[in-house]
Each structure stands twice: as structure tokens, then as C-alpha cells.
Design a protein around this ligand. Structure first.
Ligand SMILES: [Zn+2]
Length: 458
């Protein structure tokens, strides 16, 4: 380490300490200043750290937590960017907080979540050993532009690390197209036909036409959104066989899934302690990534059964007598998956949707019109009532009205204190669907009302 790098490390540690004392979040800010002083600080620090990076639209956080658990099972010493600091600055801060003043790293491995748009800056410095691309969906158009632009970003980022193994979702025609042009070693994960509920159908038009020749894809099966067994009838681009495959979903419960998987041809039964099909994707992707990083099959499989959920992705609270589950929603595909989950619930429940349109949520809320709230009609008998909240509560109310939910069953409550107080005496289950910034505020109020107690799903 040269003097500049050491000064940058000291500055970063001091700023982080100050941010902590002043309770001002501040995971990104210290790293930003450190990088001003020493622009290649992250590459100096990460040189001898074996890193797995997780990027893609949905499932980054859950996948990262699952990989972390696998590292723990294997006894790897690792660092991770847990607080959602997934840009260059936040990742740099995380590395600095795990090194000595002289710049010697205290950990051998890293599990890093990376924003899709930030990959171009992060990868050349971080030089990951394994890159996982979970899936690509239309998300926050106002921030990223078209989904193919996001794909282009990830492709350029991977071009800078030809030695990395890329771990791709075989069922996503967008992600798996990365292997068409990149020289990297590629491995694939996905769901086979037998693992997909037969009622599933293509829901969204994120990628209807062949990325190579623009012919419309044909599908053997669809799991959700544009994910599934796609094939182009003209040029032959088709789903690649998955090295890590879920062959059968044996049992799906609200809080867990039993599935049969094939790990490079070897059959195993895995317990995943999260419900919903999208978490089965997260699990098989995490399993693939962990094993490509050197975790044994036994340890990687065990991790899926003992792992505790990630922030806001599926959190459970006991609020008075009410059993509350909170599920973050941020785009049509993820939202449809939560609706799937609701369709599978057996008990009656109160549904709360909190819609915000602040920076981190994406300021364009038109995505709510692409999500299939109409499907709530299939389970109308089990929905006790619907409460809408958040800055754009009225827009949400209109959307639900158009979906066919009678207006007299919809209540608007913008005040989170009052909202949570009104849930407390309920004896039914409660399902909360907040957008990102609503999650932050709602979660705080929830924890206060639960006497500081919260517990992860599982
Ligand atoms: Zn084609």
C-alpha cells in the first residue's frame, strides 16, 4: 500500500465512525471520499480476496444471504455488503471496514451485491471469481432505461473480467445471452419443466422476441414473467441445459419449499426455508454460486435450510394477535410473484399495499398497471379487506378498483402509526406489500409496536 492508499483507508474509517456516532447511515459517503483520494483503492484491497458478485433485477439480496450462509457452513471467513450499499462507494467502505490501517484484509472471501448499473465500475476493481446474474426484468425505467441497456452494462462489466466464471439463469433469455458473446466459463441454473406449476403462463413482455434475430420465442413452459423453456424457431437460440437444476417442487408451503435438485447430474432433496417460487430460483442460483466458489454440496444444500431471510424480502412479525408478513414489491414481475404467494395462502387475510414514488422506489409508478392485481379476484373470498397507504395511496386505490376490488372494501390510511395500530387487534393474517422506501418506514413502526421484536421468516 502506498501512502495515498493508507491515508484513504484512515479517512474512510474515521468518516464511517463519525457517521455511526451521528447515526447518519453513511455507508456510501466514507467510500466516496476514500476513492477521491485513491481511485483504485478497491482493487488494491480486493486483490487477494476471493469474491462472488450477485447482480440482476430481482433476488440479489436473498441470493447473497443464502450464499453467505453457505460460506458460514463451509467455514470461510468473508465480508459482505449487507446494508444495501451496492455501488462502488459502498462496496469500498465495506472492504475498508474489514482491513487493517496498513490495508491488510482480515477476510479471505467476499459476498457482494452489486447494482446492475454499477457493475461497469465495480468489476474491473473487484475482479470477482464468480458473477451471478439472477434475472433481468423491466425495473425502474426512469433510472436504468431499457432492460437491454442494463444487459449491455453487465456485458461490458464482465468483459473486463474474462477469468470470472459466470453463473447464469438458464431460464432468462436475456441473462443467458451473455454467454453467446463472452469468452468466460459459464454455468447455468434454472427450473426444469417438472418444477413449474402447470397453470403458469407467460405474463409479461420483457423479452418476447429473440435477442439475436427478433423472431418471437416459443416456450415449452413458463415459470414466471419471461422465464422458462424458451427457444427461437428461426436461429436456434434456446434455453441452455442447467448444470444446477430444480427438477421437481415436491411441496410448497407458505414458509418453505421442498424441492428435488440435480447438481451436475447428482440428485438431492433440498429444504428451502422460504416460500414462493421466486425463492426457489434464488436458492438454486445461490447453490450454484456457492459451489463454484468451492463450497461442498452438503454444506451448500444445508445452508438453504437454515438461512434466515433478507431485509424486507419476506419478513414475519407477531403484531398483537395478527401474523404479519412483509414482502417488498418494486416491479411487475416481483409483484406477480407475491400475488402468486397470496393465491396459495389458506387463511383469510388483510392486504396492505404501500406505494411510494421516491428516488429509491423509481419515480414512475406505471408498473402497477403491468402487475396482475386482477388475479386477486380469484381469492376475493379470502381477502378480509384491503388497505392502501404510502405517498401514492390514491393511485393504488384506483389500480385496485380497476382490478375489480369493490371500492367499499378499500380503505386509505396514510399514517403508518394509525395503520399499524389498526392491524394490532386483528385475528386474521396480514400481508404487507410495501415499495422500498415504504418498507423502511413501515418496518420501523412495526418493530416499535412489536416491542422491538421481529423475526425472520423460516
Ligand atoms: Zn433467433
Amino acid at each position: 500500500m502506498n501512502l495515498k492508499a493508507i491515508l484513504a483507508i484512515i479517512l474512510c474509517k474515521l468518516l464511517r465512525l463519525a457517521a455511526r456516532i451521528l447515526h447518519r447511515g453513511g455507508t456510501a459517503m466514507p467510500g466516496r471520499w476514500a476513492l477521491k483520494l485513491c481511485p483504485d483503492l478497491l482493487s488494491r484491497l480486493s486483490k487477494d480476496v476471493r469474491t462472488v458478485v450477485i447482480t440482476g433485477t430481482n433476488g440479489k439480496t436473498t441470493s447473497a444471504r443464502m450464499i453467505e450462509q453457505a460460506f458460514r457452513e463451509q467455514g470461510f471467513s468473508y465480508l459482505a455488503n449487507r446494508s444495501g450499499a451496492n455501488l462502488l462507494s459502498g462496496i469500498t467502505t465495506e472492504f475498508v471496514m474489514n482491513c487493517t490501517l496498513a490495508g491488510k484484509m482480515k477476510k479471505d472471501c467476499a459476498v457482494i451485491e452489486c447494482d446492475e448499473a454499477a457493475t461497469v465500475k465495480v468489476f474491473p476493481q473487484l475482479r470477482p471469481q464468480v458473477v451471478v446474474v439472477t434475472n433481468l426484468f423491466r425495473d425502474q425505467l426512469d433510472r436504468y432505461g431499457e432492460v437491454t441497456h442494463t444487459l449491455g452494462n453487465i456485458r461490458s462489466a464482465i468483459e473486463s473480467v474474462p477469468e470470472a466464471t459466470i453463473c447464469l439463469n438458464a431460464d432468462c433469455s436475456l441473462c443467458s445471452s451473455l454467454a453467446l458473446t463472452l469468452p468466460n466459463r459459464a454455468v447455468y441454473f434454472g427450473l426444469e419443466k417438472g418444477a413449474v406449476p402447470s397453470r403458469a403462463k407467460a405474463q409479461l413482455s420483457d423479452a418476447t422476441h429473440c435477442i439475436r434475430c427478433k423472431t418471437e420465442y416459443e416456450y415449452d413452459y413458463v415459470s414466471y414473467g419471461h422465464l422458462g423453456g424458451f427457444r427461437c424457431p428461426k436461429c436456434g437460440y434456446a434455453r441452455h441445459a442447467a448444470d444446477y437444476a430444480v427438477t421437481d417442487v415436491i411441496e410448497q408451503r407458505s414458509a418453505g419449499t421442498t424441492a428435488a435438485v440435480s447438481i451436475r447430474g447428482e440428485r438431492r432433496i433440498v429444504e428451502i426455508n422460504l416460500g414462493a417460487l421466486y425463492n426457489v430460483y434464488n436458492a438454486i442460483g445461490a447453490l450454484a454460486a456457492a459451489m463454484e466458489m468451492g463450497v461442498g454440496a452438503d454444506e451448500a444444500v444445508r445452508a438453504l435450510g437454515v438461512f434466515k431471510g433478507g431485509f424486507g424480502r419476506m419478513e414475519a412479525f407477531q403484531l398483537g394477535k395478527a401474523d404479519v408478513r412483509m414482502m417488498l414489491v418494486k416491479n411487475p414481475a416481483g409483484c406477480n410473484q407475491v400475488i402468486d404467494y397470496l393465491e396459495n395462502l389458506r387463511n383469510r387475510f388483510v392486504l396492505v399495499v404501500c406505494l411510494n414514488d421516491r428516488g429509491a422506489d423509481g419515480t414512475d409508478i406505471s408498473w402497477i398497471w403491468d402487475a396482475e392485481f386482477e388475479r386477486l379476484n380469484n381469492i376475493a373470498g379470502r381477502i378480509e379487506k384491503v388497505i392502501v397507504s404510502g405517498d401514492r395511496a390514491q393511485d393504488m386505490r384506483v389500480r385496485l378498483k380497476y382490478a375489480g376490488i369493490p371500492d367499499e372494501n378499500i380503505t386509505v390510511e396514510r399514517d403508518y402509526e394509525k395503520l399499524v395500530s389498526s392491524l394490532e387487534p386483528l385475528e386474521t393474517d396480514v400481508c404487507l406489500m410495501p415499495t422500498y422506501t415504504a418498507t423502511l418506514e413501515l418496518r420501523e413502526v412495526m418493530i416499535r409496536h412489536c416491542g422491538g421484536a421481529e423475526f425472520w421468516e423460516g
